[in-house]
Ligand binder design. Structure first.
Ligand SMILES: *[C@@H]1O[C@H](CO)[C@@H](O)[C@H](O)[C@H]1NC(C)=O
Ligand SMILES: *[C@@H]1O[C@H](CO)[C@@H](O)[C@H](O)[C@H]1NC(C)=O
Ligand SMILES: *[C@@H]1O[C@H](CO)[C@@H](O)[C@H](O)[C@H]1NC(C)=O
Ligand SMILES: *[C@@H]1O[C@H](CO)[C@@H](O)[C@H](O)[C@H]1NC(C)=O
Ligand SMILES: *[C@@H]1O[C@H](CO)[C@@H](O)[C@H](O)[C@H]1NC(C)=O
Ligand SMILES: *[C@@H]1O[C@H](CO)[C@@H](O)[C@H](O)[C@H]1NC(C)=O
Length: 441
C-alpha cells in the first residue's frame, strides 16, 4: 500500500512529499462518531427513517450545486444571484416530487472560490435550507470541490448538522476508516417499514454512502507549509473495504441472512461507469438504458431523443481522472460485491449512483456483478442540479428520483429524472429484465 501511495502521489502532483503528509493527515484527523448500544441502530437519538403510508419510499438526489461559483464572475452580486438560482432549484425539485428523503451527492460548493470558512458555512446553509424547512430527512456525501482552501468533508458535515439538526443522517466513518477529515462520509442509513418499527430491527432497505475524497487540502493543512495546497486521491480509501465486511458481519449477526437490499451513493463515479460508456457490450449507443420514452427504440444517443444525456465522454472515474486507472476503486467495490459483503447471500444492489460529470444523466447496466455474480449492477448518474460548476445551457438542471415499492423491493426500483422545467423523463424500472434487455441490445 505504501508503494502504491508513493507512485500515485508521484503521478498526481509529480512529487513524493505528499506521501508523508497524506499519511499523517489521515492518522491525526479529529473524528466524532455517533455510537449506540444497539449496533444495528446507528441513530439512537433520531427518528427512524421509514416508508410512507402508501408503502413507498421516494429519494431525490441533488448534486453538484457548486455554490460560490458565479458563472465565471467573482462579483459578489453574481455569486449571490447564481447561489439563489440553485437554492430555488432545490425548492422546486422538492415541491414537484414530495420526497421522503433527500440525498445531496456532493460538490455543495466550489471550494476553490471560497475566501473564508464563513463563505462555505453560509453556502451549505443556503443550499440545505429548502430541505430542512420542508422537514425532510436528508444525508450527504461530499465531492472533490468540498475538500479545498477553507473546507473539508468533515467541516461541511458540521455545517449540515447545524442547519438540518436531527433531520440530517450524515455521520462520520469510525476513526481510521475513510482517510481522515477529507474522506469522512462512509456510513449506512437503515430505512424501516414504518415509524413504529422496533429500533435496531431489520430494515427494508439500506442506503450506503462512500466517500470518494478528491480535491485539495485546506491551506491550513498544506503539506508544503508555503500556501500551495496538496492533492488528495480521488477514490474511496482502501480502509473502507474491510469496514464494509465488518459492518456486514455485525448486521448479519443482528438481523440474519440475507441482509436487506441496498443502494450506493458516491460522488465520483467508479471506473465501471466509464466502462459502461465505452466498452462492449454496452458502449455509447447503449447508455441510458430502456426508458418509457424509447422502449424498443434504443438506438443512438441523440440530443433530441436521448435516453439520457451523455455529453461528458471519456472520463476516467475514481482513480482514472488524473492518472492511469489502476483499479484503486476495486478495494471497496470488491468488498461490497464479494463473498463477505452485503449482497453475498442474495440481496439486491439496486444501483450505484454518482454525480461529478455534469454532462451525464444516464443509467446503464455495468460490468459489476452482485449476489455472487448473479445480478448485473445498474450504474446511474444523478443530474447536475445547480447553476454553479461547468455547464452547457442545453444540458439543463434536474434531480434523479428513486421510488422504492415495499412489495417489490427485492425485484427493482423505479427511477426517473425530474427536470427543473417540470418535465419528468427517462422513467424506468431497474430490474433484472431491464439490465438483460439493455445488455443484449
Ligand atoms: C452563465 O453564462 C452563460 C454564458 O454567458 C450564460 O449563457 C448562462 O445563462 C449563464 N448562467 C447563469 C446561471 O448565469
Ligand atoms: C466570502 O467571504 C468574503 C470575505 O470573508 C466576503 O467578502 C464575501 O462577501 C463572502 N461571499 C459570500 C458569497 O459569502
Ligand atoms: C411496522 O413495521 C414492523 C416491521 O418493522 C411491523 O412488524 C409492524 O406490523 C408495522 N406496523 C404497522 C402499524 O404497520
Ligand atoms: C510550495 O512547495 C511546493 C513543493 O516544494 C512547490 O511545488 C510549490 O511551488 C511551492 N509554492 C510556493 C508558492 O512557493
Ligand atoms: C419509438 O420512437 C418513435 C418516435 O420517437 C415513437 O413514436 C414510438 O412510440 C417509439 N416506440 C416505442 C416502442 O417506444
Ligand atoms: C435526433 O432525433 C431527432 C428527432 O427524432 C432527429 O430529427 C435528428 O435527426 C436526430 N439527430 C441525429 C444526429 O441523429
Amino acid at each position: 500500500m505504501l508503494l502504491a501511495l508513493t507512485s500515485v502521489a508521484t503521478l498526481i502532483c509529480g512529487c513524493t512529499a505528499t506521501l508523508a503528509a497524506l499519511a499523517s493527515h489521515a492518522s491525526h484527523a479529529p473524528q466524532t462518531v455517533l455510537s449506540s448500544s444497539l449496533p444495528a441502530d446507528p441513530y439512537p437519538t433520531q427518528p427512524l427513517v421509514h416508508f410512507n403510508p402508501s408503502q413507498r419510499f421516494k429519494i431525490i438526489v441533488v448534486t453538484d450545486t457548486h455554490l460560490l461559483d458565479g458563472n465565471g464572475s467573482s462579483k459578489p452580486e453574481d455569486i449571490a444571484r447564481v447561489n439563489a438560482m440553485s437554492q430555488r432549484a432545490v425548492r422546486t425539485y422538492i415541491r414537484d416530487e414530495g420526497p421522503d428523503y433527500v440525498v445531496h451527492l456532493g460538490d455543495f460548493v466550489s471550494g476553490e472560490f471560497a475566501h473564508s470558512e464563513l463563505n462555505v458555512s453560509r453556502a451549505v446553509t443556503q443550499i440545505l435550507e429548502p430541505i430542512a424547512e420542508a422537514g425532510i430527512p436528508l444525508s450527504s456525501t461530499k465531492g472533490n470541490h468540498g475538500n479545498d482552501k477553507y473546507s473539508t468533508h468533515l467541516s461541511i458535515s458540521q455545517y449540515e448538522h447545524a442547519v438540518a439538526g436531527p433531520l440530517s443522517y450524515t455521520r462520520q466513518a469510525p476513526p481510521g476508516v475513510g482517510g481522515g477529515d477529507v474522506g469522512t462520509d462512509n456510513y449506512w442509513v437503515p430505512i424501516h417499514a414504518n415509524a413504529s418499527s422496533p429500533r435496531g430491527s431489520r430494515p427494508e432497505l439500506i442506503l450506503w454512502f462512500f466517500d470518494s475524497r478528491g480535491g485539495k487540502t485546506t491551506i491550513a493543512n498544506s503539506p508544503y507549509g508555503n500556501g500551495t495546497q496538496g492533492d488528495i486521491e480521488d477514490w474511496v480509501h482502501p480502509t473502507v473495504g474491510p469496514w464494509i465486511e465488518a459492518e456486514t458481519r455485525k448486521l448479519t449477526h443482528a438481523w440474519g441472512e440475507p441482509l436487506p437490499p441496498s443502494i450506493v451513493f458516491t460522488h465520483i463515479p467508479a471506473h465501471a461507469f466509464a466502462q459502461a460508456q465505452t466498452d462492449k457490450p454496452y458502449g455509447p449507443s447503449h447508455v441510458g438504458g430502456i426508458t418509457s420514452e424509447n422502449e424498443g427504440n434504443f438506438t443512438v444517443v441523440n440530443r433530441t431523443t436521448y435516453p439520457g444525456l451523455n455529453a461528458d465522454v471519456g472520463f476516467g472515474g475514481q482513480g482514472g481522472e488524473y492518472t492511469n486507472y489502476k483499479r484503486q476503486d476495486r478495494v471497496y467495490l470488491d468488498a461490497f460485491l464479494g463473498k463477505d459483503g452485503p449482497t453475498a447471500k442474495g440481496s439486491r444492489l439496486h444501483a450505484i449512483v454518482s454525480g461529478h460529470e455534469h454532462g451525464n444523466d444516464w443509467c446503464s447496466p455495468s460490468q459489476l456483478r452482485a449476489q455472487n455474480g448473479e445480478q448485473i449492477v445498474p450504474v446511474c448518474f444523478a443530474k447536475h442540479s445547480g447553476f454553479g460548476g461547468y455547464d452547457e445551457t442545453w444540458w439543463a438542471q434536474g434531480a434523479r428520483v428513486f421510488t422504492f415499492d415495499r412489495d417489490n423491493i427485492d425485484k427493482g426500483v423505479g427511477t426517473h429524472v425530474r427536470f427543473l422545467s417540470g418535465e419528468k423523463r427517462y422513467a424506468t424500472e431497474l430490474t433484472d429484465k431491464w439490465t438483460k434487455l439493455v445488455s443484449r441490445s
